[in-house]
Design a protein around this ligand. Structure first.
Ligand code: HEM
Length: 507
């Protein structure tokens, strides 16, 4: 019996090996330069087996091969084209977008309704949804949300002041978790109209859910990665992106919020109001309906969009604030220059942090950009071809081929950003930007599928930084290193350890 099992196992292994070997001829046959893969993980062995963050695996491949405009690699057995040249990235993301509209990430609308959101959806369904969702992020709408965000930022300042008074560690504060709580509250208030108060109550259900989203187990990370590269298998295995309990909790909260608002005719000028308009009318009240956006959204579709605002919005923004504060603590001259700008502009606006004041803070924007260059929360941009595509070498790349644009690698390229590891906001003056390819810095992606929450995210980050800069001077505590270590198992490119700052109030 044992020997039979052994035979079957060996035969299976040989069959898989032969299949993979055949797959590994893909790029050679297309005449595309490639990096030799190793069975069975292809070119992502360092990510799966060694635990190097995926963005760095792509960066290493880029550094080895950047003399080529693009190269073929393999995720396990699946072929993927790594784009080394920003101009070709532009072609993929913008000019030939119709071929590369989708990200190619698996989702399962029936089993996991929250996964049917703007981030995962594909084709015409995505197009229709994007046409409906985009108007929720116009500057007019952001101006309205601005007040909600500043109110939460006032809470943050209160919390910092209270904590510094009672803290047993003197003037020290751990900011990584604090900023995650702040942005959880921001998204809670703006997207769901719920005051989560994670600042004072870190154990609330939203915050715990956020922690579960961020700190996934290694086995779940591998399962999700496998799901990404083999969608048929993921569907067959019934893989879910959201955990069942989290999805049930979240759907319930959204259901209750919507029914309460509709029953009591409550209007709060937040994303949820706009979502309710999309549910009832199919378009926003102050926008014309278009052919792409006439159908009303179902409750499940609304919940899925609220969910994507949460998972795409809270940690990306909190990481950016945290790292900017860390870098400003290390570079006190930059901190002082930023504080002077904040003071000057606040004075001009009668001491009030208005939307216009925040938009005027140019140097602060440069700091945010330089933070995103060094530590982009999303270090690679993904697409999949939805039809056969002619490559610049004339070969026809078949439908269903993965594309990776290694944005983090571009942003560390010494030829484009000399002394690339050094934090220097001067890289983002208009002059400096004009001297390089505009796709060599794409922390929000690019083209029609660019981050829909980009301006909202930038606004939240700038509000938090302006508030803290105007009230506190901060330095790094001895517990925190000037060099940040990255959490290799996290999906996002985020710091691994706690970050402690020493804050002194400015009188
Ligand atoms: C600093 C903050 C943020 C960063 C760095 C960031 C980055 C990104 C990136 C790189 C993408 C992929 C773009 C592409 O494939 O071309 C993306 C997509 C997306 N982001 Fe953000 N994001 C941030 C904040 C937010 C916020 C605050 C929200 C929502 C409130 C949000 C919602 C989304 C959504 C829905 C998508 C998918 C868009 C689509 O496929 O149509 N993001 N983001």
């Amino acid at each position: 019996m044992l020997s039979e099992i052994l035979w079957i196992f060996t035969a299976l292994l040989v069959a898989v090996y032969v299949y993979f070997r055949r797959q590994y001829r893909f790029w050679k046959e297309l005449g595309v330069p490639f990096v030799t893969p190793t069975f069975p993980l292809g070119n992502v062995t360092d990510s799966v087996a060694v635990g190097t963050h995926f963005s760095y695996v792509m960066r290493n491949l880029y550094e080895r091969t950047k003399h080529e405009k693009y190269i073929g690699i393999y995720f396990f057995q699946s072929p993927c084209l790594l784009i080394n040249c920003p101009e070709i990235a532009k072609t993929i993301l913008v000019r030939d977008f119709n071929y590369f509209m989708d990200r190619g990430v698996f989702y399962n609308e029936k089993l996991d309704p929250l996964s049917a959101n703007l981030f995962f959806m594909e084709g015409q369904k995505w197009r229709n949804l994007r046409a409906k969702i985009s108007p929720t992020f116009t500057s007019g709408k952001l101006k309205i949300l601005f007040h909600t965000v500043t109110a939460v930022s006032e809470e943050l300042l209160n919390y910092i002041s209270e904590s510094l008074e009672v803290s047993s560690s003197g003037k020290y504060l751990e900011i990584k978790d604090l900023m995650a709580r702040f942005t959880t509250d921001v998204i809670g208030c703006t997207a769901f109209g719920i005051n989560c108060d994670s600042l004072h109550n870190p154990q609330n259900e939203f915050r715990k859910m956020g922690n579960r989203l961020v700190n996934i187990t290694k086995s779940r990370a591998v399962a999700l990665f496998l799901g990404m590269i083999n969608r048929t298998l993921a569907q067959k295995l019934g893989l879910r992106f959201t955990l069942k309990n989290d999805a049930d909790f979240f759907m319930n909260v959204i259901r209750q919020t919507i029914s309460q608002r509709e029953q009591d005719k409550i209007k709060r000028n937040d994303f949820m109001d706009l979502m309710i308009q999309l549910k009832n009318k199919g378009h926003l009240e102050d926008t014309e309906s278009t052919d792409e956006g006439t159908e009303a959204l179902t409750f499940e579709e609304i919940a899925a969009q609220c969910w994507v605002f949460y998972f795409a919005g809270f940690e990306t923004s909190s990481t950016t604030i945290t790292i900017a504060l860390h870098q400003l603590s290390v570079h006190e001259d930059v901190q002082e220059k930023a504080r002077e700008e904040v003071r000057r502009i606040l004075e001009k606006h009668d001491g009030k942090l208005t939307y216009e004041a925040v938009m005027e803070m140019e140097y602060l924007s440069q700091i945010v950009n330089e933070t995103l260059r060094l530590f982009p929360p999303v270090g690679t941009i993904h697409r999949i071809s939805n039809q056969d595509y002619r490559l610049p070498n004339g070969a026809i790349m078949p439908k269903g081929t993965f594309i990776v644009i290694p944005s983090l690698a571009y942003q560390y390229d010494e030829d484009v950003f000399p002394n690339a590891h050094h934090f220097d906001p001067e890289r983002f003056t208009d002059n400096a930007r004009a001297g390089r390819h505009n796709f060599s810095f794409i922390p929000f992606g690019e083209g029609p599928r660019i981050c829909v929450g980009m301006r909202f995210g930038q606004m939240v980050v700038k509000i938090a930084l302006a508030q803290i800069l105007s009230r506190y001077h901060f330095t790094l505590s001895e517990r925190t290193s000037t060099e940040l270590e990255i959490n290799s198992t996290a999906f996002l490119h985020t710091p691994k350890n706690d970050i402690w700052l020493n804050l002194t109030p400015i009188h």
